[in-house]
Each structure stands twice: as structure tokens, then as C-alpha cells.
Design a protein around this ligand. Structure first.
Ligand code: HEM
Length: 501
């Protein structure tokens, strides 16, 4: 695999490039059969930066330019929320791959481009920690979830948890998904056609129903009203991440997050004895029974903490992936038909291997994850002085890695803002231009453990939809995104949905 550093602009202060990148996903003239351009511009020009060990001088972080301080207290937070792509581009153009900025009264560093992200994800000198950084953002509501653990402790918990995501386990989860998906989709456009169907909230409900079954194994002692309260509690924990007032006070998001966490803990603790007693196919029961090759197992508290984190990690990410795919397939009917033909060639309840064999759907999913990464940035804190791309980052610095930016860099992709799933075909494999050109699931020791689970769920939902429905989206539609935490379409993403069976 060719892995070449991408040439960053020479900091400080080259003139900004115009126009600034902003993701307009409506501009998509390609068709699935568009040939690979023979005269595609050369990418991956070698960096002028001397490689490590070749006597490269270590530089200090550049100062933040006076015009880049943003709003008092909030710093650049609003700019990120308004248009993350524009902020990434601005930072890259003005500072290069290691770009300082201020946010929420803190000085942060943004790592941009595949080489800087690679260094931090690989974390060779163990200078980057997850726990303090993610806790700073999402608060104590996902405390001791796998992503918030570090180093030896993380390694031990991951060793155990990966036993819940083996191939056998994934096959069992995939087989179990079809029934809740069919039940959840049953009411979609039940009058035959819904011209203003809001895809995003409907998908969110659907993925929650699937999770209640696959993750929880059902909730046999909980009434629908109580279940609604559990859902509210879960949402309160997720939304607390975007809180401005970070104190446990009544009527604040933060306060609701604390109350939500208590409800979730009580709910899960109630079911713990029954899930410990019998080993079943759901994730909850699996976490109660699995052990690592060394015989390590999760305590009761571990199971509760991991369940709360896993529900959060799985839910919004899969929902936004699906909603982007519905938008793109609605705007590109040729691709929708191509995916449908492949799905119709399979039975109604395909196995994991059959779902993975849906080639067009696989490329579409990858392309949607590229254009709209459900986790556009990941956070770290530097726990000892380190050097990235020749720039020293002092201990204590909060760092934002922006994999989303590499996924739309002109240096790595042909027409990066155009929907073109065939870029993932074996003949083109543009994602191989750099090991960190495409990494919506992160990298290094914290790489997403639910990656294949997510692939199975997303493809299973799409498979059922393609076999029983058709939909279209105005080709000029641009989703108005809310970027305060994970991105989602503020308008619920309207589609014109028709039943075909
Ligand atoms: C399209 C869907 C998904 C995307 C884009 C996604 C993305 C990510 C990313 C970027 C990370 C790394 C965070 C970091 O480095 O700090 C991560 C971690 C993680 N994800 Fe996912 N995720 C998805 C679905 C899921 C699902 C369905 C599950 C569980 C069933 C899951 C479980 C996890 C876990 C446990 C971690 C922490 C891994 C560790 O720290 O060792 N994810 N995910």
C-alpha cells in the first residue's frame, strides 16, 4: 500500500485558498458507470518535510493569529458548529497539519491531514490519552466506557470485549436483526406513499428498536411507558455533551444528564442477574459471560458501564450513516436501482456473509462515511510532551484529530465533494492513496470495535428498504446539519417514500 506523506502548506500564513471548502453534497454529476479518469491529477506528492531521524528541527507551536481567537469563552466553537469543513480548511491553510486554536477557554491543537492523524492514532510514545479528553467533552455520563479507558487498563478491557465481537457472535447478531428491522419498518409509508417522510427520526427510532433487541435481549419487565423514560434518559446523557452550563443543577442539560445516567444504571442493574444467569445471544448477556484468553472477566460495574457506552457508540453513528445513504440513494436513482438489484438477488433475510457481499451497497456505505463521517473528529489529551509532524505539543494540551478532513482532501481524492462510490472499486481504490485517507472508524488501539457490527446493521436495514420501498430526494437538496455534537440533519431529512409491496 503506498503511504506517502501529504504535503502541508508551509506555515505560517500562506494566503487562504479560495473558495473555502464547504460540503455541498448536492453536486454530484457522476453515474455509477463513470469510467476511471485516465488523466486524474497526480496526488500524494512527497512532502518536503525531512523524515524522522533525518535531522528535522523540532518547531514550537505557532501562535494563534489575533483574528483567529473567535468569540470570548467559546473561541472557535461556533465556527465549528456552523461549518466544520470550512474551519478545517482554514486551519490547514493558515497553520498546516498541527494547528492551534482556542475553544471553551482552552488552547487546543487540531491535527489535520493523514500524516498528523496517523502519528496520533499510532501513539508510538503513549503521549495521547483518551479518557481525560473525552470526559472533558462528554462529561461523566459515559464513564468507564471502553473508549474512555487508557493504556494497560484499556488493553485489558478490550481483550475481554473483543470476545463479544468475534465472527461467530457477529453472525448471530446479524441473524437476529431481521425480525426487529421488519417490525420497525412495517409502518413506513403505510398509506402507500409519504411525500414528506422524515427519514432521520424514523431511522433513529428503528436503530433504537434494533438495539433494544440485539443489545438488551428485550426488556421483559419494562412497560412501554417505562421504556420511553429509559429512552429519554439515554438522550439526556447524549445531549449533555453539548451543555454550556456544566454543573449538576436542575433544569440544565448537565443536570438532566446526571439524572439520565442514574435511570440507565438502575434499568440495567435490574436485568443484570437474569443476564448473568443464562447465556443468550444478546450483547448484554455476552458481556456478562465472555472472558479473555487469559481468563479475565467483567465485574458487574464494568458490564453496566460498557453497556451504557456501547448503546451510545452504536446508536447515533449508525443512524447518521443510514440517513446519509438514504439521501444519496434518493438523489442518485441509478445507484439506488443498482443496490436494489443486488438485494433482490438475495433472500429476504441474508446472512452476514451475504450482506457483506452486497458490493454496490458496500461502496455506497463507504462513500457516505467518507463524505459525512458520523464521528468527524476524535479527542485526545497529551499526557507528556510529544512531537507531531515536527511540531512540539506540550503536556496537558487538548487535541482534536480530524479524520473527516483527510476524507475530502483534494490531494487524496478525485473530485472529493462528488458522490462517486466507484472510487472504492478494486480498479480505483482511492482509499488506498494513504493508510489514513479514509478512517471513519478511527485507528490505532482505539479503532472502533463495532465496525463490522455497524456494517451488518446498516446493510440489513438498507436491504429491507430496497426490497420493499423506493424513494427520491430533490437533487438540489443540501442537508442543513447540526454539528454541535455528532452531525445530524436539522430538518429530519425529508424524502419522498413509496411502498412497492
Ligand atoms: C457507522 C458507525 C460507527 C462509526 C462511524 C464509529 C466510529 C468510531 C470511532 C471513530 C471510534 C474511535 C474513537 C477514538 O479513537 O477516540 C469508535 C470507537 C468505538 N466504537 Fe464505534 N463507530 C460506529 C459504530 C459502532 C457500533 C455499532 C459499536 C458497537 C456495537 C461501536 C463501538 C465502539 C467502541 C466499543 C469503541 C471504543 C473502542 C476502544 O476504545 O477500544 N461503534 N467508533
Amino acid at each position: 500500500m503506498p503511504v506517502a506523506p501529504v504535503t502541508p502548506p508551509t506555515p505560517p500564513d500562506p494566503p487562504p485558498r479560495e473558495p473555502t471548502v464547504s460540503l455541498d453534497l448536492s453536486t454530484s454529476p457522476t453515474t455509477p458507470t463513470s469510467p476511471t479518469s485516465p488523466d486524474r491529477p497526480a496526488r500524494n506528492a512527497r512532502s518536503a518535510r525531512p523524515a524522522e531521524g533525518e535531522g528535522a528541527a523540532v518547531r514550537e507551536l505557532p501562535p494563534i493569529r489575533p483574528e483567529d481567537h473567535g468569540k470570548p469563552v467559546f473561541g472557535r466553537a461556533f465556527e465549528y458548529a456552523k461549518d466544520p469543513f470550512a474551519l478545517f480548511r482554514h486551519q490547514w491553510d493558515h497553520y498546516g497539519p498541527v494547528a492551534p486554536f482556542s475553544m471553551l477557554n482552552q488552547r487546543w491543537v487540531m491535527l489535520l491531514g493523514p500524516d498528523a492523524c496517523e502519528e496520533a492514532f499510532r501513539n508510538k510514545d503513549k503521549a495521547f490519552a483518551n479518557g481525560p479528553a473525552w470526559t472533558y467533552l462528554v462529561g461523566p455520563f459515559f464513564d468507564r466506557g471502553l473508549m474512555l479507558l487508557d493504556f494497560e487498563e484499556h488493553h485489558m478491557h478490550r481483550r475481554i470485549m473483543q470476545q463479544a465481537f468475534t465472527r461467530d457472535r457477529l453472525e448471530a447478531y446479524a441473524a437476529r436483526m431481521h425480525a426487529p428491522i421488519e417490525a420497525g419498518l412495517a409502518g413506513w409509508a403505510d398509506g402507500g406513499r409519504d411525500r414528506d417522510f422524515r427519514a432521520y427520526p424514523s431511522l433513529k427510532q428503528l436503530t433504537l428498536d434494533v438495539a433494544a433487541d440485539i443489545f438488551m435481549g428485550g426488556a421483559e419487565d419494562t412497560s412501554p411507558e417505562e421504556m420511553a423514560k429509559v429512552n429519554e434518559a439515554f438522550i439526556a446523557c447524549v445531549q449533555a455533551a453539548a451543555a454550556v452550563v456544566r454543573k449538576d443543577l436542575p433544569f440544565t442539560r448537565w443536570g438532566r444528564g446526571h439524572r439520565g445516567r442514574e435511570v440507565l444504571e438502575d434499568f440495567l442493574r435490574h436485568y443484570l442477574p437474569s443476564r448473568r444467569a443464562v447465556r443468550t445471544d444478546d450483547l448484554f448477556s455476552q458481556l456478562c459471560h465472555i472472558e479473555s484468553d487469559e481468563g479475565e472477566r467483567f465485574s458487574d460495574d464494568d458490564v453496566i458501564n460498557h453497556m451504557i457506552f456501547l448503546m451510545m457508540a452504536a446508536h447515533d453513528t449508525s443512524t447518521i450513516t443510514l440517513s446519509t445513504m438514504l439521501q444519496m440513494l434518493g438523489q442518485h436513482p441509478v445507484w439506488q436501482e443498482r443496490c436494489r438489484e443486488e438485494s433482490l438477488a438475495l433472500g429476504p433475510r441474508p446472512t452476514l456473509a451475504e450482506l457483506e457481499g452486497l458490493e454496490s451497497m458496500d461502496w455506497v456505505m463507504k462513500e457516505c462515511l467518507r463524505l459525512r463521517a458520523p464521528v468527524p473528529v476524535v479527542l485526545r489529551q497529551v499526557v507528556k510532551d510529544t512531537v507531531v509532524q515536527g511540531v512540539r505539543i506540550p503536556e496537558g494540551t487538548f487535541v482534536v484529530l480530524a479524520p473527516q478532513f483527510a476524507q475530502v482532501m483534494e490531494e487524496l481524492w478525485t473530485n472529493p465533494l462528488v458522490f462517486d462510490p466507484e472510487r472504492f472499486s478494486p480498479e480505483r481504490r482511492e482509499d488506498k492513496s494513504h493508510r489514513y485517507a479514509w478512517n471513519p472508524f478511527g485507528g490505532g488501539v482505539h479503532k472502533c470495535l463495532g465496525m463490522y457490527f455497524a456494517g451488518a446493521e446498516v446493510k440489513a436495514v438498507l436491504h429491507h428498504l430496497l426490497r420493499g420501498w423506493e424513494w427520491s430526494v430533490d437533487p438540489g437538496y443540501v442537508a442543513p446539519m447540526n454539528n454541535h455534537s455528532l452531525p445530524f440533519p436539522k430538518d429530519g431529512q425529508p424524502i419522498d417514500l413509496r411502498r412497492t409491496r
